[in-house]
Write a protein of this length. Structure first.
Length: 214
């Protein structure tokens, strides 16, 4: 879904890697009997950052959409000194001990339960979602995050809101972050799936992020 966003950023000279989290591969999970949890996803992205070219001083922005906010927060707790920016794209912003389950709305908790009813391990894709979507491992929604210390006040933090779409669990969060001097809030009011609905605007916002020293 982020291919069009990545292509625009690459044309502007950025190095971009769009990550498919473990278990969500287009051809299905490598091991259907062992659904990944949040720790597995944090490990996966941490390894990608560790193996990248950010060690030469190039600013690294870590972006997460929806549940991906949990993942980038976990990576930042481990690699905060390697990162320049965290960008939450209509995403959950956890504190230590939070989970996607604890942060979301009753409506989405009901969807998680209903979706996992067949096997108790994978949350089926709700009707009407993007056809590229794949069942999501329930364990990753339920596991609490361990953040430890703050990765550093100098780490840039941006929240990109998809607007007040019906049932959004991010409406109150967006308003709270607007009043927080440690955050930048941008809005692309096209609903939750910003990368699909307006990749050009999303690429423009990401490309215009100032360095954390600004």
């Amino acid at each position: 879904m982020f291919d069009a966003v990545a292509a625009e950023l690459r044309r502007d000279g950025h190095h971009v890697e769009a990550v498919t989290l473990a278990g969500l591969e287009p051809d299905g999970p490598a091991d259907v009997d062992r659904p990944p949890n949040l720790d597995d996803h944090v490990d996966q992205v941490t390894e990608i950052v560790d193996g990248g070219d950010g060690g030469d001083g190039t600013p690294v922005a870590l972006c997460g959409h929806s549940y991906g906010g949990m993942v980038i927060a976990g990576v930042a707790a481990r690699l905060g000194d390697r990162l320049d920016q965290l960008v939450f794209i209509d995403a959950y912003v956890p504190d230590d001990g939070d989970s996607c389950w604890s942060l979301t709305s009753d409506r989405f908790r009901e969807l998680f339960v209903a979706g996992a009813r067949s096997d108790g391990r994978w949350v089926a894709v709700p009707e009407g979602l993007d056809p590229r979507a794949r069942p999501h491992p329930l364990a990753s929604f339920l596991q609490s995050i361990r953040l430890g210390g703050d990765p550093g006040p100098s780490l840039g933090r941006t929240f990109i809101s998809g607007g007040a779409w019906p049932g959004s669990p991010f409406a109150a969060l967006t308003e709270r972050l607007r009043d927080d001097p440690g955050w930048r809030v941008r809005e692309i009011p096209v609903g939750h799936n910003i990368a699909r609905r307006d990749p050009h605007s999303l690429a423009a916002v990401l490309g215009a992020l100032p360095p954390r020293s600004a």
